[in-house]
Design a protein around this ligand. Sequence first.
Ligand SMILES: [Zn+2]
Length: 282
Amino acid sequence: MDIISRAEWGARPPRSRSTVPWSSRTGVMGHYSGASATQTPRQIQDFHMDVRDWSDVGYNFLINSINGAIYEGRGWTVIGAHCANHNTPNVGICIIGLDKVGRQDVSDAARRSFRWLYEEANRRAGRRLAILGHRDRGATACPGDEIYSWLKAGLPIVGSTPAAPKPPTGRPAPGTPITFPLPAGWYFGPASGPDYSVSGLHERYFKGRTDRAWIQEWATQLGRRGWSIGKGRTWLRQHGNDGIYGPEYRSLIEAFQKDQGLAHDGLLGVNTWNAAYRNPVR
Ligand SMILES: [Zn+2]
């Protein structure tokens, strides 16, 4: 499933941000915006920044209640502003729209998107997170009776089922599978990121090898899969496979994620790592 990035929806930059490790995340909290379902994430961000005077849109993610589109808010590991005193442990997801008494106004597409985000959060945390509604931790009607009872029921998906993902076809992945070398929830990403964003710049050791060697290892696997990699090639054209995360690796990782139907954030986490070793080559 795709997440519409901040750049894609025209987000303003945050005034400040602080991050939280996945080890401190314990839950995913559902909200509704309590306004028109046609409100845009930018309108919500403007309200939060200009009227509430917050540093950014309050939620970690937002979902269009009609078509199920997912918008990146503060993202996975930035502390939100969606439930006072409970922002550090909880990823806040807002379903954009107003709960109307007596009729369903949250589409199956929106429910599937919420559930997908919840499962993705579990994958990143490396364990099952609690499912909360805002009213569980604050004096509010949010997220409305309809969404709240659905959260408490464990996010069942009713109605038409989405098309089953195509069974993988093609030749088996080349090479020998290598286990993701970083701790759960960590990823290879920019040096400017949190401690669990491992860049290759500082040569940190994981499972007996440097981060730089691991990044090179993974990119080499993409080469085995037929990706044109290295100095003067299609990917890593300028710096080659030097194992230091930068814009070139980000583009390569994102392209591979899109090719594999993964969430494409340009960060090399466990799912993206495994896809290179396990998924068939089409
Ligand atoms: Zn709320």
